[in-house]
Ligand binder design. Structure first.
Ligand code: KG4
Ligand code: ZN
Length: 344
């Protein structure tokens, strides 16, 4: 079954072709340059840019796969969560194409799809039960995966997503958007032990996260608690040490939650997904600190950031059990509409 995946939930316009076993093509058109001057994603511009480029990106995905529209059997599209205007572009495009070609369309959850990136193009077998962690610009969430169909949300961030926190701290350090890769680069020459920031944790909620406190801590470190926000009180050559210490601190909070989840729900595998998971220091920390009995899975780098391959893989899988989405399905910005349940 040839599945066309479409992703437009934020600032990547993406299409991919997946045949159920092999990824035949994977096209991602990034909008980073468009949003750089705003220091973050400008939702209205993102939606307009998707509208301009979706068809070209789909055509390129078909060309790379050596197929035509007539070969598509199923269309999978990210329908939640995300920026509503951006999501609607992908969903309406998928529905129109599905109607024109008379083929089924399925809307899938973007966050769940990040977990499914671990099942594409890999020799590593995921053993269940597994603990899944999403660390992206829009989400930070911990899951217990009893199987591919039985996924429970254990915890989530109570304020900022971890990637959002990277982007905001990067701005404080005069680094461009997106901040994650910039902080990773700067941190490589810094000492992660130079600023002993407190690892964020939530009392009596070991699987939840909070990243707003560390953000404020960095602000105060840079400018003093009551200082002017345009006059840093520490020299610029200290920024690398702040970047390294910040990165280590927030990754430690992810690691702590995963370890606690493993204590309560012993897992055979650990899966991760989302843009932050392409950070090498994060991978090293998890590989060095998770118990050796856990099979650690990271997706390929091009599948960690937003992409349509993961949408196609999840849609292909779900269609077999759930069938197509109803004709009147639409986009939703909220993850509350997901099939992922909130208790164990
Ligand atoms: O998964 P993604 O592409 O989009 C969402 O679903 O949100 O993640 C984007 C986020 C951005 O916040 C970006 O700064 C962060 O992932 N990111 C990184 C790295 N590369 C991207 N964070 C830390 N280290 C990186 N190397
Ligand atoms: Zn994402």
């Amino acid at each position: 079954m040839i599945t066309l995946g479409i992703e437009s939930s934020c600032d990547e316009t993406a299409a991919a072709i997946y045949d159920g076993e092999t990824l035949l093509s994977n096209i991602v058109l990034s909008q980073i340059e468009l949003h750089k001057e705003f220091g973050g994603v400008f939702p209205e511009l993102a939606a307009r840019r998707h509208l301009d480029h979706l068809i070209d990106v789909i055509d390129k995905a078909l060309l790379d796969a050596n197929l035509t529209k007539k070969d598509i059997d199923l269309i999978a599209v990210a329908s939640s969560p995300g920026l509503i205007g951006a999501l609607l572009m992908g969903v309406n495009c998928a529905k129109s194409l599905g109607f024109a070609l008379n083929i089924p369309v399925i809307g899938v959850n973007h966050v769940e799809a990040h977990l499914f990136a671990n099942f594409i193009d890999t020799d590593k077998e995921v053993l269940f039960p597994a603990i899944g962690l999403i660390a992206s610009g829009g989400h930070t969430a911990l899951f217990l995966m009893k199987s591919k169909d039985d996924i429970h949300l254990l915890g989530t961030t109570l304020d900022d997503a971890i990637g959002e926190c990277f982007d905001k701290v990067a701005r404080m350090l005069d680094l461009p958007y997106p901040g994650g890769p910039e902080i990773e680069k700067l941190a490589q020459s810094g000492d992660p032990l130079s600023y002993p920031f407190k690892t964020p944790s939530i009392k009596n909620a070991p699987f939840h996260f909070s990243f707003s406190g560390i953000k404020t801590k960095i602000l105060y470190t840079l400018y003093g608690q009551n200082g002017k926000r345009d006059t840093p009180i520490i020299p610029k050559d200290e920024y690398k040490n702040i970047a390294a210490s910040f990165q280590k601190t927030v990754f430690k909070s992810l690691l702590n939650a995963v370890k606690k989840a493993h204590l309560e729900f012993p897992a055979r595998s650990f899966l991760i997904g989302g843009g932050v998971s392409c950070n090498k220091a994060l991978k090293v920390m998890f590989e060095e600190n998770l118990p050796s009995e856990i099979n650690i899975c990271f997706p390929k780098k091009n599948l960690t950031l937003d992409n349509a391959a993961m949408i196609a893989a999840l849609g292909h899988y779900k269609y077999r059990s759930d069938g197509p989405s109803p004709r009147d399905f639409t986009a939703s910005p909220s993850s509350k509409t997901t099939s992922l349940s909130f208790c164990v």
